[in-house]
Design a protein around this ligand. Structure first.
Ligand code: AHR
Length: 322
């Protein structure tokens, strides 16, 4: 397993792009089946991928699937028909990929998975660039354990898209993180589909069901966008997010740092939007030199809290395509 170090943020989009020196991918045609634009993080991943492609001279064929697997499958078949040199895919859900990836393999087109995993034979893709999503959930859970100490704490969970690898793994990791701490109880858990609007809506339901929210100690959201939606719902209910109800989530997008700077969010686990840098490096080495990359290229998962200069983090990230 390769651990891909994130570059220091702060100097705009250029700072996030890969600086690795490789032959080059100029003139290569690469298809990218993106999930959609459900979150700020997703928008940043799209921007970074386009910028990385331009920097490397890649002719990137971009297809937005609008959250539908059937659209992704159609796009991949289109890329195969065009005879692209490689395919990037951010798989919306983890199952149902065998057939189309077998078609890509039979056409000798290497496929790289971005940011989400799939339940399929590893022979069907060249490599996967993603975070350790179980670890992300565990880091969030361990942060909560440390923060509440022995205090009783009822937690509500906003899950990501049903059937997606981050929703499955971040749930598992969080439960591992709080395991053995009987004072912490996961009382409610529902999908908010990784969007701000659904995060708010589901949190409103949780608050109503929990007597206006007085019995909720913390909300764990599988991404920052849902956390930002939940923060709004908590405020609308007359409570203070960040103190009456703790808020912990994943992504580290600018808006969660703005909320943190305002005292309304407590912790986030960073997910770099630069999955394309390591993916293009791997394709470069493979297409130009025949080097088979490691099967799993793992990005870092760093915890940020209000002690980590949230205003500075907000300023450093806001120009990065979010
Ligand atoms: O797969 C990565 C997740 O997808 C991000 O955490 C989330 O914001 C996005 O929608």
């Amino acid at each position: 397993m390769a651990l891909y170090k994130q570059l220091a943020l702060g100097a705009g989009l250029a700072a996030l792009l890969s600086t690795a020196a490789h032959a080059d991918l100029s003139g290569k045609v690469i298809g990218f089946s993106q999930i959609g634009s459900e979150s700020g993080w997703r928008a940043a991943e799209t921007s970074v991928t386009k910028a990385e492609a331009e920097k490397r001279g890649v002719d990137l064929k971009f297809a937005d699937a609008q959250q539908k697997q059937e659209n992704q499958i159609k796009a991949i078949r289109g890329f195969i028909a065009q005879g692209v040199d490689a395919i990037l895919v951010a798989p919306v859900v983890s199952t149902g990929w065998d057939e189309v990836l077998t078609e890509a393999k039979e056409a000798s087109i290497p496929v790289v998975l971005l940011d989400r995993g799939i339940d399929a034979s590893q022979d069907l893709y060249l490599t996967s660039v993603a975070s350790d999503q179980v670890k992300e959930g565990r880091v969030a859970g361990e942060w909560l354990v440390k923060t509440v100490g022995d205090k009783p704490c009822n937690v509500v969970e906003l899950q990501g898209t049903v059937g997606s690898s981050p929703a499955i793994n971040r749930k598992q990791g969080f439960e591992e993180g709080i395991a053995g701490h009987a004072n912490i109880t996961l009382t409610r858990s529902q999908t908010g589909d990784f969007t701000r609007a659904k995060g708010k809506e589901v949190m409103e339901g949780f608050l109503k069901a929990e007597g206006g929210g007085k019995s909720i100690c913390a909300v764990y959201a599988h991404n920052d966008d849902m956390a930002v939606g939940a923060i709004q719902a908590i405020k609308d209910a007359g409570l203070k997010p960040g103190s009456d109800i703790l808020v912990v989530s994943i992504d580290a997008v600018p808006d969660i740092f703005a909320a943190m700077a305002a005292g309304e969010a407590n912790a986030t686990v960073e997910l770099t939007p630069n999955m394309a840098g390591p993916a293009f490096d791997a394709l470069d080495a493979f297409l130009n030199g025949g080097t088979v990359p490691e099967k799993f290229i793992i990005t870092e998962s760093k915890l940020y809290t209000p002690a980590d200069n949230p205003q500075g983090e907000y300023e450093a990230r806001k120009g990065l395509g979010y």
